[in-house]
Design a protein around this ligand. Structure first.
Ligand code: NAD
Ligand code: MLT
Length: 531
């Protein structure tokens, strides 16, 4: 089997590379060089980038085998996430990896500006001993305004609090109570601009935030304010900021990020009370190590078809509880069996998690069931990413039910639905014993106990003696070995369902022979492909 190919398009920590080379063919390319990147994507399964590589619609179309785009960092403005989602490509980032480094860098920039450290350093090295020229300002007792009270904004707030600053923040998506717990007062943007001695920006770059601090806003700031941007270029208009600094309205600025990167030109570079760094917020040994390891782990999970907690375009984000994780494979198998029963996608489907399982976030089980459900239906590779989209496109109504009521099992999962013609179908399963062995426990209302092996045959017929023998003989003659067979029936002499798990798929003609010889009501063969 050829090993999956991982393209590393920017620098990655050695620890991350080591984790990848164990199982994958790892190739490298300079992702910033478009003419090298596009052909290099042709046969890769995963690509790892930082911020210099653009994975847009063109790059995605050049990568027909691509399953995952991994961003070794936080910001995703260089990845076309909606385009990736449409193609079923998972996008992951490393959201926690560099937040401490970025927050510390913002504080570093602020102190450098407040105490004019880089300029004083250059002056002394240049042969000047001037003390009064570099008089700075204290942070103590001043007001800090934080734009964006997310992961990094919070870390900056905590650090500025230690300096004895009063803290304001503008972030319409954060609850006042949460901000209050951190000692931060949420205020409108205008109040923050008018009252802050220091403004530190920690926003994502998007349509709403681009140019958030432009000429108009900079005209309303408290005179002498110090502005720090270690988030994304373009959030503060560089030309307007340079003009405000020159006019003395803004006392100084610490800028790590620029509208166009890389760059060696900006109207800010000529100003003495502006400290600039070339996008160094995440450039620490620790952050690079954490980001490299995090994306390498995510790529491994993604390429083995596993759930990836850091995936940004999977509807159920976040970590999966230990108690839920073992049910993922079962949920996918139940989805596949359901499709086999319904002989196609249903009009509506409900994923039910009953018992102890219901105490946890089971949204991911719905995704896994949908992944299984569509795996046998569409040509395209079905993933956790595009499974909900496929349901939406086909008008399949999807519901998730979680209830603690479960009379027969500690936890049980059911995929229940109706076909477009109104025929209902259901399949349930559970995990049994300390080894958590997966078992299908119910099919279309019949109690069974059969393992969801790679190949199943499901036959319904009128209950009478001799059927097991007849089916066994037909399969035996066809060379199909039965691993397990179970008969479920509502009452003796009524309709019965036989569920067989087999070592190989039942050929269609053999299934037809079974149906004819026993007068089966239905006879279906289901092959489960997991991963
Ligand atoms: P985050 O998503 O945790 O926080 C962003 C916050 O901004 C959220 O609380 C959100 O509610 C808020 N927000 C969004 N739109 C807003 C709007 N229109 N007005 C006000 N608030 C709004 O992100 P994070 O991990 O804290 O990262 C913050 C920024 O730092 C990102 O742009 C990220 O790319 C950047 N970053 C830069 C570096 C660097 O090297 N300089 C390193 C890491 C992260
Ligand atoms: C990030 O978004 O993670 C940072 O800006 C650092 C980087 O681009 O690598």
């Amino acid at each position: 089997m050829p090993r999956p190919i991982v393209l590393v398009a920017e620098e990655l920590s050695q620890a991350g590379l080591d984790l990848l080379t164990a199982d994958f063919e790892v190739r490298t390319v300079d992702g910033a060089d478009r003419s090298a990147l596009i052909p290099a994507l042709a046969d890769v399964d995963a690509v790892i980038v930082r911020s210099a590589t653009k994975i847009d619609a063109e790059a995605l179309s050049a990568a027909p085998n691509l399953r995952v785009v991994a961003r070794a960092g936080v910001g995703l403005d260089n990845v076309d996430v909606p385009a990736a989602t449409g193609r079923g490509v998972m996008v992951v980032n490393a959201p926690q990896s560099n937040i401490v480094s970025a927050a510390e860098h913002a504080i570093g920039l602020l102190l450098s500006v407040a105490r004019r450290i880089p300029a004083a350093d250059a002056s002394l090295r240049g042969g000047e001993w001037k003390r009064s020229k570099w008089t700075g300002v204290e942070l103590f007792d001043k007001t800090a305004g934080i734009l964006g009270l997310g992961r990094i904004g919070v870390l900056v707030a905590q650090r500025l609090s230690a300096f004895g600053m009063r803290l304001l923040a503008y972030d319409p998506y954060v609850q006042a109570a949460r901000a209050g717990q951190l000692g931060v007062t949420l205020v409108p943007l205008d109040t923050l601009l008018a009252e802050s001695d220091v403004i530190s920006i920690h926003l994502p770059r998007n349509q709403e935030t681009l140019g958030l601090l432009g000429e108009k806003e900079l005209a309303r700031v408290k005179p002498g304010v110090l502005i720090v941007n270690a988030a994304r270029g373009g959030l503060v208009d560089e030309a307007a900021l340079a003009a405000a600094v020159r006019a003395g309205r803004v006392g100084g600025a610490g800028i790590d990020v620029f509208a166009a990167e890389p760059t060696t030109e900006s109207p800010l570079f000529g100003l003495p009370n502006v400290v600039v760094t070339p996008h160094l917020g995440a450039s620490t040994i620790e952050a690079q190590e954490k980001a490299g390891l995090a994306v390498a782990r995510s790529v491994r999970l993604a390429l083995s078809g596993d759930f990836v907690p850091d995936a940004v375009n999977v509807q159920a984000g976040g970590a999966v509880a230990e108690q839920v994780r073992p049910f993922l494979v079962l949920a996918e198998a139940l989805g596949q069996v359901f499709t086999g029963l319904a002989e196609g996608a249903p009009a509506a489907v409900t994923v039910e998690a009953r018992g102890e399982l219901a105490a946890f976030d089971v949204g991911v089980l719905q995704l896994a069931a949908l992944k299984g459900l569509f795996s046998g239906v569409v040509e395209a590779a079905v993933t956790y990413v595009n499974a909900p989209l496929l349901a939406k496109e086909r008008g399949v109504e999807v519901t998730l039910v979680a209830t603690e009521e479960s009379p027969d099992f500690r936890s049980v999962l059911t995929v229940r639905g109706v076909r477009a013609d109104g025929t209902p179908h259901s399949v349930s399963g559970t995990l049994i014993g300390r080894r958590q062995v997966a078992k299908i426990t119910e099919i279309d209302g019949y109690e069974v106990e059969v393992r969801p092996e790679a190949h199943l045959a499901l036959v319904t017929y009128e209950d009478r003696p001799g059927i097991v023998g007849t089916i066994g003989a037909i399969l035996g003659n066809a060379g199909v070995n039965i691993a397990n067979a179970q008969v479920g029936r509502m009452f003796a002499g009524g309709e019965a369902l036989m569920a067989l798990s087999l070592d190989s798929a039942v050929p269609a003609d053999v299934l037809g022979q079974i149906a004819r010889e026993i007068g089966a009501h239905t006879a279906r063969s289901v092959s489960l492909a997991t991963g």
